[in-house]
Design a protein around this ligand. Structure first.
Ligand SMILES: C[S@@+](CC[C@H](N)C(=O)[O-])C[C@H]1O[C@@H](n2cnc3c(N)ncnc32)[C@H](O)[C@@H]1O
Length: 303
């Protein structure tokens, strides 16, 4: 543990962020679109905890909904051992039993239901995956499926790309493995360094900010990994004042769990609150690259 603390103090590996806090706030407003309240209870600002954060713009009551947000990027987690037979667009189960019967008949290697297969949304992703020539067309390949959430950065508009580049992106030498593992599943995965760099940045942004969003569709638990730029700005505290839930696989709702005075930072917990201090420290150090210095972590009498 002492060694991990020392390493984290010496080097916090992060990619450069080009946008100022003000520019980030403007990009988030544009991203929220119609979901942005005309007088939000929050504002984006520089945080004494770390980097940028979200602050109460007025007194907020316990239980108040702070904001809801649609995802910027989302895709299946595709963990091995999970049911991969889920449509990549609507998350319903395609008919049939086998993995092969769930795959797009055009040969992109992605599971898709009969309703979504002819959609415009699917056409662009299908075309891209077919161009790369998937090696496996009778099974759902988890490595190729998992990279979908990352590859969707390809279809972002210019302001959305700017927003992605304004998000914190911690680096880790293992993160590039996700792109390399996906590349092994295709005959012609892109080799262009700029494209690979863009994918790598997106993987880093996912690993720094993403939520595992869970919902139930057709009686099955659907787990996606999703990037929410505003919710992702919330810094961690082990005694947080806000919590989140998902309305569907693609919308997050953040609510105050206690009264938050105007000006205070709005925080959430990245760990399970009932975990011990040691378990929280190890998890945060290994996955988020920081040592929590919150009052609960500093107090030797509580865990
Ligand atoms: C999801 S981002 C939070 C937003 C981030 N502050 C920003 O400027 O974009 C997670 C990162 O914020 C930093 N962070 C969040 N909570 C922290 C805390 N309690 N102590 C130290 N760093 C924290 C860590 O660098 C972590 O990897």
């Amino acid at each position: 543990m002492a060694q991990m603390e020392q390493q984290l103090e010496q080097h916090v590996p992060q990619m450069a962020i080009s946008a100022s806090t003000q520019e980030l706030a403007a990009l988030i407003d544009a991203h929220l679109g119609a979901l942005r309240s005309p007088s939000p209870a929050w504002r984006v600002g520089d945080s004494p905890i770390s980097g940028r954060g979200v602050f109460a713009a007025r007194n907020i009551e316990k239980g108040e909904e702070l904001f809801r947000e649609h995802t910027l990027l989302v895709g299946p987690t595709a963990h091995r051992g999970r049911n991969l037979r889920t449509c990549i667009h609507c998350y319903h189960q395609p008919p049939g039993e086998s993995e092969e019967s769930a795959l797009c008949s055009a040969g992109c290697g992605l599971p898709v239901c009969p309703d979504c297969a002819p959609s415009e949304r699917h056409a662009v992703e299908c075309q891209l995956f077919r161009k790369w020539q998937p090696k496996h067309l009778s099974i759902i390949e988890p490595r190729a499926l998992r990279i979908l959430s990352v590859v969707r950065c390809f279809f972002l508009s210019e302001p959305q790309r700017q927003l992605l580049y304004a998000m914190q992106a911690n680096t880790d030498r293992y993160y590039m493995r996700e792109v390399q593992r996906a590349a092994e599943c295709f005959e012609h995965f892109p080799r262009d360094p700029d494209m690979l760099e863009y994918f790598y940045r997106t993987v880093c942004a996912f690993n720094t900010n993403a939520f595992e969003s869970r919902c139930h569709i057709d009686g099955q638990e659907v787990v996606t990994r999703a990037l929410f730029p505003l919710a992702g700005l919330l810094n961690h505290q082990c005694t947080p004042n806000a919590a989140h839930h998902f309305e569907d696989g693609e919308t997050i709702v953040v609510t105050a769990t206690e009264r938050i005075p105007a000006g205070a930072e709005i925080t959430m917990s990245y760990t399970k609150l009932l975990w011990s201090t040691l378990a929280r420290k190890i998890f945060l150090g290994m996955t988020k690259h920081f040592m929590c210095q919150c009052p609960r972590c500093q107090d030797p009498t509580v865990s």
